[in-house]
Design a protein around this ligand. Structure first.
Ligand code: SF4
Ligand code: SF4
Length: 612
């Protein structure tokens, strides 16, 4: 957002590519859950993040154009959909040799087969796929994996990622569901994209309420060009439809009729040809385990709906027939199995979103990258720092989005065109509050001013650790203590009544009032607290005290040195770089004594100095 606001779209695109291998596709069809979490909503309205990224990606074809060197690790990816290619992309950036096995003759999985052209430009998908292939990812097409070829893959590669998608369509499972006129939704969408001949009849029912059902209904409308000839039939209510909100809105705007709370129980046929559905009415009855309204049939509510074509879009299932039963039982997305096998995307979750599939692929790649100890610099990014005043100013000015809403195309073959100018995108991106530098939502939403933001200079120094040898403390080098985030939060417990407001608004789903360091302002409140910090300041001495479970830790500034003390040691640190200068043993201990607490207290000592 920073670079887009500056009009530096090249740099913005490079930044997107560090974490997103499908910027062109996701710029158009991501369900943008991030926008539901955008903190700008607390000031006016959320940022149109996806639209900014769409513009940036559409106007940029830079990126990786050369093959990268190899590091000797080989990974096989089964499936060239968004999840498989995402995994391949991140692995290839880390120097891994990646070979993708795809059963079809094209890449892109559901993105190429099932997302209609009026939502996703084919060129956009091709750009993303080409970029991944240009890195040196090899794709074998028409390579359906069976037990034999899987055996070869197991021997040939260090790791295997399964991303075969969920291709098996769920059937209606009611009498008559094999009749002529029942159409597979993915086959329908795919035929449409290939311009293959279609026979839909005059009056089409789409059964279901997910993204595919909505895509199918909108595509049927574009084929039949009559909103009265397509009807969605859904067993729950519109509110409980799992499809993306934006897509449901588009569906309704286009005038497609939705029959809610209606459950097909039989396909009616004439000479084995569909002529309608017998349905029962449903009614709400409490909530189900997912929080959606539970529906139960209304007694004696059977009714007939007449259609000559039914497209059941009820979801898809996974069908992985090349794994053994044992492998199927143990393979998971969460960790790599001992057989160096893992799974993700729709193959793991059932039909989900493209961004989820891409995220799974990335996570899978990061697991391998971790396992092979590859440095992850390629995936991090650094944006120039903005001054505190500027960050506050951004939050002080109410500025609603001025981006127009894109119009849906009425023709199936028409790809969506970017409706934004460079100026509009720069204005939208400049609304970004740059929360990675300063969030502070918990500070602003606290009615009692109990959360306090302090500024610290980034810190990085090597910690020491202490062990006992011959009853004497021996100092050894420990890990690096590093604080990158400049703006930190403490909680002033005397002011906090634990209302939980900061938990409600926290964009990262944290609970600042319980997890941030708790400070007490009076000796009495500190004495009564089970855990927390207390700072004292006299002309001679400043000291920060921490207590937990009746154990006390103190960090004082005495004669230009930090002195850390608990019931085991007294240690002096240099004021400049916090290097350990002297240790005095107060009571013996076993193993290592770590000084992380001393380092954490140093950070808070500096904060408290400015607070009091
Ligand atoms: S950084 Fe903050 S304001 Fe910007 S898009 Fe993310 S959540 Fe929204
Ligand atoms: S829980 Fe405490 S810190 Fe959080 S908003 Fe309420 S009073 Fe403020």
């Amino acid at each position: 957002m920073y670079y887009a606001a500056e009009g530096n779209f090249n740099e913005a695109f490079k930044t997107i590519l560090k974490t997103n291998p499908f910027p062109n596709v996701l710029g158009m069809v991501c369900d943008h859950k991030c926008q539901t979490k955008c903190t700008r909503v607390n000031y006016d309205e959320v940022l149109r993040i996806r639209d900014v990224k769409w513009f940036v990606s559409e106007n940029n074809n830079n990126g990786y154009k050369e093959e990268l060197p190899l590091n000797g690790i080989k990974v096989a990816v089964i499936g060239a959909g968004p999840s498989g290619l995402s995994c391949a992309y991140f692995l290839r950036l880390a120097g891994v040799e990646v070979t993708v096995y795809e059963s079809k003759s094209i890449s892109g999985g559901m993105a190429s087969e099932a997302i209609p052209r009026f939502r996703l430009k084919e060129k956009a998908l091709q750009k993303d796929i080409d970029r991944i292939k240009n890195l040196g990812v090899h794709i074998h097409y028409n390579a359906k994996i069976d037990h034999q070829s899987y055996g070869f893959i197991k021997n040939e590669y260090h790791y295997i990622y399964i991303a075969v998608g969920a291709q098996k369509i769920k059937k209606l499972n009611i009498p008559g569901d094999n009749a002529e006129g029942i159409i597979d939704p993915i086959e329908f969408l795919s035929s449409l994209k290939r311009n293959a001949p279609l026979s839909l009849g005059e009056n089409v029912a789409v059964v279901g309420g997910g993204n595919t059902a909505v895509d199918v209904a909108r595509a049927v409308l574009r084929v039949l060009k009559d909103r009265n000839k397509v009807t969605m039939v859904y067993r729950r209510t519109l509110n409980d439809m799992p499809a993306e909100k934006e897509e449901i809105e588009a569906l309704l705007e286009e005038g497609i009729k939705v029959i809610e709370l209606s459950q097909p129980v039989m396909v009616l046929t004439d000479n084995n040809k569909v002529k309608g559905m017998k349905c029962v009415k449903m009614q709400l009855s409490g909530k189900d385990s997912s929080g959606r309204g539970r529906v139960v049939p209304v007694p004696d509510s059977e009714h007939i709906l007449y259609f000559d074509c039914i497209i059941p879009a009820l979801g898809q299932e996974t069908n992985i027939d090349f794994l053994t039963d044992d492998e199927l039982k143990t393979v998971t997305h969460d960790k790599i199995t001992p057989a160096k096998l893992f799974i993700g995307g729709d193959a793991y979750r059932g039909a989900s979103t493209i961004v989820q599939a891409v995220a799974d692929g990335k996570e899978a790649a990061l697991k391998v990258i971790d396992a092979i100890n590859y440095k992850k610099e390629t995936i991090s990014n650094k944006v120039p720092e903005i001054s505190y005043e500027k960050l506050l100013e951004k939050r002080a000015i109410r500025q609603f989005s001025a981006l127009p809403k894109p119009n849906a195309n009425q023709n199936e073959a028409d790809a969506p065109e970017l409706p934004y100018s460079e100026k509009q995108i720069m204005a939208e991106a400049s609304r970004c509050l740059l929360c990675h530098q300063l969030c502070n939502i918990c500070v602003t939403v606290c009615p009692n001013k109990a959360n306090y933001c302090y500024i610290t200079e980034p810190l990085s120094f090597t910690l020491s650790k202490i062990r006992m040898a011959d009853n004497k403390p021996v100092i050894e080098k420990d890990k690096t203590f590093c604080v990158k985030q400049k703006y930190q939060i403490i909680n002033i417990s005397d002011f906090c009544n634990e209302c939980g407001n900061c938990r409600t608004f926290c964009p990262t789903a944290d609970a600042p009032y319980t997890h941030k360091p708790k400070f007490y302002l009076t000796p009495e409140s500190f004495r009564n607290a089970p855990e927390g910090f207390y700072f004292t300041k006299t002309p001679e001495k400043k000291a920060l005290v921490y207590k937990k479970e009746d154990k006390f830790f103190t960090l004082s500034m005495i004669n230009g040195q930090y002195v850390f003390e608990n019931d085991q040691i007294k240690a002096s640190f240099s004021q400049n770089n916090f290097s350990l200068m002297k240790v005095e043993l107060l009571s013996p201990f076993e193993g290592y004594l770590l000084l992380d607490k001393a380092a954490e207290m140093l950070l808070l000592f500096k904060a408290a100095e400015n607070l009091y």
